[in-house]
Ligand binder design. Structure first.
Ligand code: ZN
Length: 381
C-alpha cells in the first residue's frame, strides 16, 4: 500500500481493477478496487481516509476479503487510469491523533506497565483503553510527559524489521500476525506494531490533552484530543465558560462559588414557596364546614408532599372521602385521596377505569394523575 511507504503523500495515479454498484448507508455507491492506493482503509479502530478519484468523491474505504474497496459516488471503467487525492486535512488530523495515542500508551506502558486493549479514532472522538486502573495523579503525569516529548520533537519511524530482529526485540501489540510486521517507533518512548500512517516527529502532534477518563472493563478508558482538535475543544469550552460567567455577572474564578450560591438560593426559595403553599391550603381547609362528610379541593400547581399533608389534615376532620386535585383542565391533574371509611385504592382503580387515570395506593391513601377536566372528575367521584 502506498500510504505505508509515505504517510505524507497526498496524490497518486492508479488503475481501476474492478468497479461494482453497492449500497452505502442506503445510498447507491460504487465499490472500486485499484492496483494500489494511498487511501487508508478503516482498520484497527481508525476510520478511513476520504478524498477524491478524479472528480468523484471517495466517502469510505473498507477492507473486504483482503481487498481495499473505495466507496465512490460514481462508477469507473475497468482499466481506466484515475488521479487520487486524499483529504489531507482529515488524514493529517488522524495521524496526529493516532501518534498521540501511541505516545500516551507508550508512557503508560513504560511508567505503569499498562497494556493497550482498545483504540477508537473517529471524526469526533479518540479513546484508548488500558488494562489497568489509572489514578488522577498517573493520568496527569502521562499527559504532562507526553507534552514534554511533543515539545522535544522526537523522531517517529515506521519500518518492517526482518524476522530475526523481530523475534529478538520487545514491542507492544506483539502477537502472531500473518505477513510482515510493521513497527512504529517513537525513539526512546514507544515501539509498537501498527499499520496506520503516523506523523514523522512528535512535534507535529502539536499538543495532547486528556478530555476525560474513567473505569472501563477493569481498566481505564481515556479520551484524548491532539493538535487542532484539542485547540477547537479548548475554544468550545472557553465559549461555554465565558457565556456562563457573563450571564452570572462574575469573574471566571468566582463561577463555582456563584453556582453554589444559586443552588442554595433556589433551595431556600423552594422552602419558602412550600411554606406559603402549605399556609394557603391550610387556610382553605379551615374554611370548610366540619359537617361535610366528603371533601374535594381543586388547587393550581401544589407540591405532592403538601397535598398529602393537606389530605391528612382533611381526613382527621371529615369521615368520608377527602381529595385534593392540583392542576388545570388543559394539562390534567395530580391527585391525592385519603379516607377513614372508604377504600382509596378501589377509588383510584375506578378513576383509572373511567377516566384513564394513572397511579394507586393503599386503602387509606392513594395518589396519581389524570388527564380530565374538573367537571369530569367531579362527576366521576
Ligand atoms: Zn497504532
Amino acid at each position: 500500500m502506498l500510504y505505508d511507504r509515505d504517510a505524507y503523500a497526498k496524490e497518486f495515479i492508479a488503475k481501476v481493477i474492478s468497479c461494482e454498484e453497492a449500497k452505502k448507508d442506503d445510498v447507491t455507491a460504487y465499490k472500486v478496487v485499484l492496483n494500489h492506493t494511498l487511501f487508508f482503509p478503516e482498520q484497527g479502530g481508525q476510520s478511513s481516509d476520504i478524498g477524491t478519484l478524479d472528480k468523484t468523491k471517495v466517502i469510505d474505504v473498507q477492507i473486504e476479503n483482503g481487498l481495499v474497496y473505495h466507496y465512490c459516488t460514481a462508477g469507473f471503467l475497468i482499466g481506466e487510469e484515475v488521479h487520487g487525492i486524499i483529504d489531507w486535512e482529515h488524514r493529517f488530523n488522524n495521524m496526529q491523533q493516532h501518534t498521540g495515542e501511541h505516545l500516551f500508551t507508550g508512557i503508560a506502558h513504560n511508567s505503569y506497565g499498562a497494556e493497550n486493549v482498545g483504540f477508537h479514532l473517529s471524526d469526533n472522538t479518540v479513546t484508548l483503553d488500558l488494562d489497568i486502573e489509572l489514578s488522577e495523579e498517573q493520568v496527569d503525569f502521562i499527559e504532562r510527559k507526553a507534552n514534554e516529548i511533543i515539545a522535544s520533537d522526537v523522531e517517529v519511524k515506521a519500518y518492517y524489521p526482518n524476522q530475526e530482529l523481530l523475534g529478538a526485540i520487545n514491542y507492544r501489540s506483539k502477537k502472531e500476525i500473518d505477513g510482515p510486521v510493521r513497527l512504529v517507533e517513537i525513539e526512546g518512548v514507544d515501539l509498537c506494531a501498527c499499520c496506520a500512517p503516523h506523523v514523522k516527529s512528535t512535534g507535529q502532534i502539536g499538543m495532547l490533552k486528556v478530555i476525560s477518563y474513567g473505569k472501563y472493563k477493569g481498566g481505564t478508558r481515556v479520551y484524548i484530543l491532539c493538535g487542532l482538535r484539542a485547540l477547537e475543544d479548548y475554544n468550545r469550552r472557553m465559549k461555554i465558560l465565558a457565556s456562563s460567567y457573563q450571564k452570572l455577572n462574575c469573574k471566571e474564578d468566582e463561577l463555582p462559588d456563584k453556582i453554589d450560591g444559586l443552588i442554595e438560593d433556589t433551595k431556600q426559595l423552594k422552602y419558602r414557596i412550600n411554606d406559603i403553599e402549605t399556609g394557603l391550603l391550610n387556610d382553605r381547609i379551615e374554611t370548610i364546614s366540619p359537617n361535610l362528610t366528603d371533601v374535594t379541593i381543586f388547587v393550581e400547581d401544589v407540591d405532592t408532599k403538601i397535598m398529602r399533608d393537606g389530605v391528612n389534615t382533611l381526613v382527621e376532620r371529615h369521615d368520608g372521602l377527602c381529595a385534593i386535585f392540583s392542576g388545570n383542565d388543559d394539562d390534567g391533574y395530580n391527585f391525592v385521596i385519603g379516607s377513614k371509611s372508604r377504600d382509596c385504592s378501589a377509588i383510584a382503580t375506578g378513576l383509572r377505569e373511567l377516566l384513564g387515570a394513572k397511579g394507586g395506593g393503599s386503602k387509606q391513601m392513594a395518589q396519581g394523575s389524570v388527564n380530565a377536566t374538573r367537571t369530569q372528575i367531579e362527576n366521576t367521584l
